[in-house]
Design a protein around this ligand. Structure first.
Ligand code: AMP
Length: 440
């Protein structure tokens, strides 16, 4: 199968050739023909499978020829996080290079006035996080009556982040006669229910996960004294021939301190977490992509979906408390068939042993324990140091914990909830629905 056989126009074929794509991925081969036939699609696929092009390419074909009116976009792509929305917008620019279609990227943390100006000029495609879209809608900056194609991407993650009520609200503003495409990595019953409500006679498509981290990422575990983790990390960085790396911390407040400490050691380093202004987040990501930054110290906001080519290493400065976060974190390396190495630093004596066990249960294998400087570590970590546990706290309350009661007016309550959602790092809620990344 090649792209010509999918019925794409010469402009798109040229753009994807320039991206270096020679043949469609399985999701593209399966999804593009029914989308071009204006059918609804329910796609079970995760990032890394070429999913974004599978909906953007046919959307470009369908929208080409028409014209957007001011404030009345013709299609809407909903993404759970600002980073994913920005990535989709970037893909739209690449694939739509030879089409004169306008897009508007509507995410929190950026100027509303600027976004309103873009909407005034007329946008064919809106790429938005639910919170900012609703804010703009409520301000009257946008009308959704002309939406002909609606894409709900990463639906299970939207569910984890508590976005489903916002999505249902948005849907009540778009016309009932439209084409709807819904993509999700897993299909929990809430998403199945949403799909049944939203899609009409959909073409159901399912593709295997992209190459699992187990195949392309070598994994290692190092037990460290809790007070020496920074030094242990630095030793690892020195011994590992790091081209570039994500360094994941569990707590936002640790990120800046660790980044500063590494910077003083002479590394090109930056921090990335959800409390940073959006422009700064993009700037840092761009510098990392351009190899101006070697080490990106980050929260789980960077763990899912971010596609940076050729990242050589992932270091988990903290063992993630939720096993599925581990799989997402290490999946930032070893992408597109390249090899990667992932090191996890565990603190002796505390809860880390419990978290490591739950990761090993999920991935169905033991992570080899190494000593810094090389060689397997045969010591018994839990017994070596006692009662030196580092307190492990989530950045945000989990879904099953009650948030503190605060009286706020409806608008500011919604706004702050939406901002939180864009970086609810440790809330996953995948539970038993974790996809089988390891081919079991
Ligand atoms: P996605 O699943 O959309 O996040 O895409 C994952 C990665 O695959 C991105 O880096 C895309 O640029 C790349 N990609 C998408 N389609 C193809 C293709 N047909 N051939 C090669 N790479 C692709």
């Amino acid at each position: 199968m090649n792209f010509e056989e999918l019925g794409l126009s010469p402009e798109i074929l040229k753009a994807i050739e320039e991206c270096g794509y020679t043949e469609p991925t399985p999701i593209q081969a399966k999804a593009i023909p029914p989308i071009l036939m204006t059918r609804d699609v329910l796609g079970l696929a995760q990032t890394g499978t070429g999913k974004t092009a599978s909906f953007i390419l046919p959307m470009l074909e369908i929208l080409y020829g028409g014209r957007a009116k001011a404030r009345m976009p013709r299609s809407l792509i909903l993404e759970p996080t600002r980073e994913l929305a920005a990535q989709v917008a970037e893909n739209f620019d690449q694939y739509g290079k030879y089409h004169k279609l306008n897009k508007a990227l509507l995410v929190g943390g950026e100027s509303v006035a600027e976004q309103t100006k873009i909407l005034d000029r007329g946008a064919d495609v809106l790429i938005a996080t639910p919170g900012r879209l609703l804010d703009l809608f409520e301000r009257g900056a946008i009308l959704l009556n002309d939406i002909k194609i609606l894409v709900i991407d990463e639906a299970d993650r939207m569910l984890d982040m508590g976005f489903i009520p916002d999505i249902e609200k948005i849907i009540s503003f778009v016309p009932p006669i439209r084409q709807t495409l819904l993509f999700s990595a897993t299909m929990p019953k809430e998403i199945k229910g949403l799909a049944d409500k939203l899609l009409s006679n959909p073409k159901e498509i399912s593709v295997a996960p992209a190459a699992s981290p187990a195949e392309t990422v070598e994994q290692f575990l190092v037990w460290s004294h809790p007070k020496q983790k920074r030094e242990t990390l630095e030793q690892l960085i020195r011994q590992e021939n790091v081209k570039n790396a994500f360094v994941f911390c569990n707590r936002k407040r640790d990120i800046d301190g660790l980044a500063q400490w590494l910077s003083k050691k002479g590394y090109a380093v930056a921090g990335l977490h959800g409390d940073m202004p959006q422009t700064k987040r993009y700037e840092v990501l761009d510098r990392f992509k351009e190899d101006k930054i070697t080490l990106m110290v980050c929260s789980d906001v960077a763990a899912r979906g971010l596609d940076v080519a050729g990242v050589s290493h992932v270091f988990n400065f903290d063992v993630p408390m939720h096993a599925d976060d581990y799989v997402h974190r290490i999946g930032r390396t070893g992408r597109a068939g390249m090899k990667g190495r992932a090191w996890t630093l565990a603190a002796k004596g505390g809860d880390d042993i419990k978290f490591v066990k739950s990761i090993e249960k999920l991935i169905n294998r033991e992570i080899p324990v190494e000593k810094v400087g090389g060689g397997a570590d045969k010591s018994e970590p839990a017994k070596t140091y006692k009662a030196e546990a580092v307190p492990q706290k989530a950045e945000k309350p989990r879904r099953d914990q009650k948030p503190p009661q605060k009286k706020r007016d409806e608008r500011s309550k919604n706004q702050s909830r939406r901002q939180d959602h864009d970086d609810r790092a440790n809330v996953t809620g995948f539970g038993d629905d974790v996809p089988d990344f390891f081919g079991r």
